[in-house]
Design a protein around this ligand. Structure first.
Ligand SMILES: C[S@@+](CC[C@H](N)C(=O)[O-])C[C@H]1O[C@@H](n2cnc3c(N)ncnc32)[C@H](O)[C@@H]1O
Length: 266
């Protein structure tokens, strides 16, 4: 059974107030909350799942963080892509071991992290970001979550001047920037024909413009959608949805490039 080590990133979960924290025990040997102080170093050498009691008698658990925990709890400097949107996007892009994926708009590094996880050590992810400060922050997040950036390349780019030769360098691509339509021709230039391409757009206006550009570029199999996520409270005799839900995060749009769209035929 794996033991908890000082260098592990752990999820600390306190059920009575439903809060989760992502912590390094080395950085936080003791953790103060309004429910008392937890001595996290007592978990060292114990298995994940161990319960700790605060000096005020509250119980918290030291758990192994899942990818979803990391995505939700890493520090944020930009709008992020949420797990509900990431899940479907990975399927639509066909992301799996050994794939080469291009991302435009690194932001917080959230989707980069998910891509890195799913392409595995034989694949690679190249993520392009305009702002150096965002790139620095994403790098910190990725290092915190993964320790090394083995299969990730982070590149600072200006709008559409990308340092790639012509050719099918990537199997799939995803764009999360405010004006995806501006970079789509460049995306198609460097992606394999037939490869899936997706974009995320917070508003209908951005979605419409992106869809129109995909059509104009000769892309096919275009579909725009929204993923709705509603939590349910399972309780004996009164199971029902939560009263509060996140009504909207963003729309997704996917399409496939073709030989004609790669060659810039309109
Ligand atoms: C919403 S954030 C991306 C969030 C990211 N998908 C995540 O899950 O953490 C959008 C990012 O795109 C960057 N950006 C905007 N225009 C860009 C462009 N033309 N090329 C590259 N990055 C761009 C912004 O600086 C910002 O960091």
């Amino acid at each position: 059974m794996p033991e908890i080590r000082e260098e592990d990133l752990v999820l600390f979960f306190v059920p009575s107030w439903g809060r989760r924290y992502l912590l390094h025990i080395r950085e936080r040997p003791s953790f103060s909350t309004h429910k008392g102080i937890f001595s996290l170093k007592e978990a060292l050498g114990r298995p994940f799942g161990v319960a700790l009691r605060s000096d005020r008698g509250e119980v918290g658990y030291v758990l192994r963080p899942t990818l979803e925990d990391l995505l939700m709890l890493l520090p944020r400097r930009t709008q992020i892509m949420y797990p509900k949107d990431i899940g479907l996007t990975l399927l639509r892009l066909g992301v799996g071991r050994g794939m080469r994926v291009l991302e435009v708009g690194t932001g917080n590094g959230n989707f980069t992290l998910a891509l890195s996880y799913f392409v595995g050590p034989e694949g690679w992810v190249v993520s392009l970001e305009r702002r150096r400060d965002h790139l620095r922050h994403a790098r910190e997040n990725l290092l915190r979550a993964l320790k090394i950036l083995g299969n990730i390349g982070l590149l600072q780019v200006e709008e559409t001047t990308w340092p790639f030769p012509d050719g099918p360098l990537f199997d799939a691509a995803f764009v999360d920037i405010p004006e995806p339509w501006k970079v789509l021709p460049e995306v198609l230039r460097v992606c394999s024909p037939g490869g899936p391409v997706g974009c995320i757009c917070p508003t209908y206006n951005q979605l419409e413009r992106t869809g129109v550009e995909m059509e104009a570029l000769g892309m096919v199999d275009i579909e725009a959608l929204e993923v709705l996520y509603r939590k349910v409270l399972p309780r004996e005799g009164k199971t029902r949805p939560h009263q509060v839900m996140v009504g909207h995060t963003a729309f997704l749009i996917f399409g496939r490039s073709t030989v004609a769209s790669r060659e810039g035929e309109r």
